[in-house]
Design a protein around this ligand. Sequence first.
Ligand code: SF4
Ligand code: SF4
Length: 296
Amino acid sequence: MIVRVRFHGRGGQGAKTASRILGTAAFNAGHFIQDFPVYGAERRGAPVASFTRFSDEEITERGFIFSPDVVAVMDDSLIVDPLANPLAGLRKGGCAVINTTKGADAVGGARKDVVVVPVALTEQALKFLGKPVLSAGIAAAVARVSGIKEESLLAGVDEELREVGLSEDMVKRNLEFAKSIYGELAPLKLKTEELPGKEELVPLALVVSGEGTEDVTRTGNSTVRHTGNWRTFRPAIDYEKCTDCMICYAYCPESAMSVGSDGRVKIDYDNCKGCMICLTECPLRAISQTREGGLQ
Ligand code: SF4
Ligand code: SF4
């Protein structure tokens, strides 16, 4: 039986590595496998996707997975993001593994015909790794619900994380992270059925040469596209410490800082994506970070 998994994450969370870990874990378990990401103009916090197929028979399908059996959603704010649309095409009877603290309500009742598996991955990643990188944890969650053995998973985590150059200590911590998530969940017996029609991730219309550039009209590509829900952490300025040196303002890559009529730097939370460059650059340590609560 073939299992098609589509990972949805935000740039920097480890979606590509997760698909590789799952692929290697399934390979270790004796399956035929494919794993690959969508390559594009990636940037930290932006919605990204990657894919894994595994099967006990040779896989003849190719290309992006439009009808997954399992979707792995690495940030619950992606569920309402029209560009990510992570539940699109998820087969009836399929499974949505979602990084959330909201329980099964994270999908907001959008799909009653799928199994929702909520798991608080970010909290566990912060506990084991000290940073919100979720590749080992989300791969462990999908491996568990799809019946891959723990030893195959851990061998996959070890191999893939060494290959990306992680230190011995971080590999060990990721193995502990993966073990913890694996132990929280149980395998599912999925019997999936493809939905009628096909979803496309990025439909691009043909523009005849000489007619100029097509207007960008697709949902999410406009000035009203706010990137504030990309944040895992929220910066805050302590105005008691701030000396208005404007260094954070100069470094913010999103132009999400402005100077108010009182001459003080302000953060535009609709567009701040939580990269924390401002926190790193502030010479007075006048910027702190707090964890975001999830869906906004
Ligand atoms: S965290 Fe700071 S630097 Fe990053 S987008 Fe927000 S305001 Fe700008
Ligand atoms: S870098 Fe720090 S001190 Fe300077 S304006 Fe920003 S918050 Fe204030």
